[in-house]
Design a protein around this ligand. Structure first.
Ligand code: M6R
Length: 608
């Protein structure tokens, strides 16, 4: 969703804003803009399309000042035009606002302003916020406190006023905002990647809080106006991790970072002897664990696929019945909550609006709430009583890769910990722990496979408009994930299916040369899968398979086998997904598409 950056300090603000916006490009956007505070004016630049258009404008019309805000917009209300780009201003042009979110009372607010004779210059909900601020009196921070009760919905807003040079005011309800605390300069951003290169000291704004940010300090108030004291925390990410580091795309870099990311995630939760798991410090009390009878996993997108895999693992290792829900569905149904239930919100960003809402609902219903999350300090991190950090480091490519494999690993470790708390540990635990520690080497082996091997698969999928991805059991979610990877970055239609469902409908799609990608590593149901593949092959399908190099029966059916090393059956999803990530990446590159910022997508879906 939208990216936000605000700066107050002594540097020329335009380069600071453009640099911050460039670091936020990965979030996905369709227009961009900035406001710079001059001595007695606000100067605004807005441009449709890519950031380079705004950069071009800034070059043609140089603005000067040391305070300002910038924005990349992902359109909600109104088309992605220059008029609808942010910043939006009030009627006097004295207050400028950038916003990430959606106002749910957009229609009545708009009607009210129009009836009062306010001339609106955009279709956005953001302009309504600017107009409301403009109609109040007093310093900007006080105006915000007066306007807050009028806003229904989700918003992260940063505002500046002509009358207050050297001040940026930020407030939020829902989408995140973080204040970066520097030396004689301070910043505000929608996520830390925009400011990490200038400071690692941050204050996360809580819902309903208002931050008045000046170069020499940050004043926090709650929605009642009471002062809030909160010291900055220091992030353990460094700026180098949000650079491409010589790779052509972030996605490729992140695929190649998986061995380290997996290694770090496993190590973080091993005990000192490395033969047991250590959940100390995660936040579960012994009493809470003893009460557990059920688990619900809630997530969206790729993280939801990780949950589907985890259901198999959690049920087998802990004996606890485990349900998986799309967070967007869970929050609107009436799940059976209670204190015997563990609800785990699985989220890379920790900011996905639906996942947060589902987690909040679970907490209110008395469930024990946990998160598996990649961003320390994010909203899900702060919301959950118990939390596991995936050690993937910043994930910039919109297509999630290393976050997914580290989620899988974290959830396996969590399953082992719950198993141990239930007194179920036996030889299987030791085997899994040993295998988990070998997993990075297995992934490395895949990454070093001859790239030429991917050529045929890349061509087949790039040429076809549709394809099917098939798997069974614990590998069925990997078929879903492989299909999602292809769809989101190559815009080629792909469906993931449990192979046993083929005859119940999808096989009708198969014609001569139709690509079928099979996740065919050695599980108890591989023979069944091979039977399904024979059926599609008999109807002309071209089968690509992910399997062990020597997999019996697979080579006879598949036109191409993308090899993976043999690993424990519960760990196979982690290795099987890697060739599918590479395949999708290669197809998108072959088609000349924008791999890291696919159309219409945002990295972090902070509104419903
Ligand atoms: O940050 P989250 O894990 O909560 O994000 C959930 C989905 O939006 C995300 O996994 C999305 O599906 C991926 N970009 C797909 O690659």
């Amino acid at each position: 969703m939208c990216g936000i950056i605000g700066y107050v300090g002594s540097d020329e603000v335009v380069p600071v804003i453009l640099d911050g916006l460039r670091r936020l490009e990965y979030r996905g956007y369709d227009s961009a803009g900035m406001a710079v505070l001059g001595a007695d004016s606000i100067q605004i630049l807005r441009a449709e399309g890519k950031l380079r258009n705004l950069e071009q404008l800034a070059y043609q019309r140089p603005l000067h000042g040391t305070t300002g805000v910038g924005h990349t917009r992902w359109a909600t209300h109104g088309a992605p035009t220059q008029a609808n780009a942010h910043p939006q201003v009030d009627a006097s042009g004295g207050i400028a606002v950038v916003h990430n979110g959606i106002l749910e009372n957009y229609a009545p607010l708009r009607r009210e302003l129009l009836e009062d004779g306010v001339e609106l210059s955009s279709d956005t909900d953001t302009e309504l916020i600017a107009q409301l601020l403009g109609r109040e009196t007093g310093p900007l921070g006080e105006r915000v406190l007066k306007v807050l009760p009028r806003l229904v919905g989700q918003y992260a807003v940063v505002a500046v006023s002509r009358r207050e040079p050297g001040t940026v005011v930020a407030f939020r309800q829902g989408p995140p905002l973080v204040v970066g605390v520097g030396t004689a300069e301070n910043m505000v951003a929608s996520d830390v990647t925009a400011i990490l290169h200038r400071t690692r000291r941050v204050i996360y704004l809580e819902n309903g809080e208002v931050a008045v940010v000046r170069a020499d300090g940050v004043e926090l108030r709650d929605r009642s106006g009471a002062l809030v004291e909160r010291s900055p925390e220091t992030l353990d990410w460094d700026a180098g991790r949000v650079e491409k580091g010589g790779y052509r795309h972030f996605m490729l870099k992140e695929i190649f970072e998986q061995p380290d990311a997996i290694r770090n995630t496993v190590r973080a939760y091993l005990d000192s002897s490395r033969s047991g798991v250590n959940l100390d410090g995660l936040g579960f009390s012994g009493e809470q664990l003893a009460r557990l009878r059920r688990i619900h996993l809630v997530a969206c997108g790729t993280s939801w696929h990780a949950c589907l895999v985890a259901k198999f693992i959690l049920e087998e290792l802990t004996g606890l019945p485990t349900d998986v829900d799309y967070a967007s569905e869970y929050r609107y149904r009436e799940p059976l909550l209670g204190d015997d239930l563990l609800v785990i919100g699985v989220t890379q960003s920790g900011e996905t609006a639906d996942t947060l809402a589902a987690m909040e609902m679970a907490r209110e219903g008395g469930a024990l709430l946990a998160t598996v999350c990649n961003v320390r300090g994010s909203s899900s991190w702060r919301l959950a009583g118990a939390r596991m950090l995936t050690q993937a480091g910043p994930e910039i490519g919109v297509a999630s890769t290393k976050a997914f494999t580290t989620q899988l690993v974290a959830l396996i470790v969590l399953a082992l910990a719950l198993r141990s708390s239930r007194g179920l540990s036996d030889g299987l635990d030791r085997t899994l722990l040993t295998e988990l520690q070998r997993l990075p080497l297995a992934v490395e082996e895949i990454l070093h496979t001859d790239r030429a091997l991917y050529r045929l698969g890349t061509e087949m999928l790039a040429e076809a408009t549709d394809s099917l991805y098939l798997g069974r059991g614990i590998l069925y979610p990997i078929a879903l994930e492989g299909a999602l990877k292809l769809k989101e970055i190559s815009y080629r239609h792909a469906e993931g299916y449990p192979a046993g469902e083929m005859k119940h409908g999808p096989i009708a799609l198969v014609t001569e040369g139709f690509p079928v990608v099979a996740v065919a590593t050695a599980t108890a149901t591989r023979e069944k899968l091979l039977g399904n593949l024979m059926e599609v092959k008999a109807r002309g399908a071209a089968v690509l398979a992910v399997a062990e190099a020597d997999a019996d029966g697979v080579r006879q059916i598949a036109a191409l086998v993308l090899p993976v090393p043999a690993v424990h059956r519960l760990l196979q999803p982690v290795v099987a997904v890697v060739p599918l990530q590479l395949l999708a990446y290669n197809v998108a590159v072959e088609l000349g598409l924008d791999v890291d910022q696919p159309r219409n997508l945002a990295k972090s879906v902070t509104v419903e």
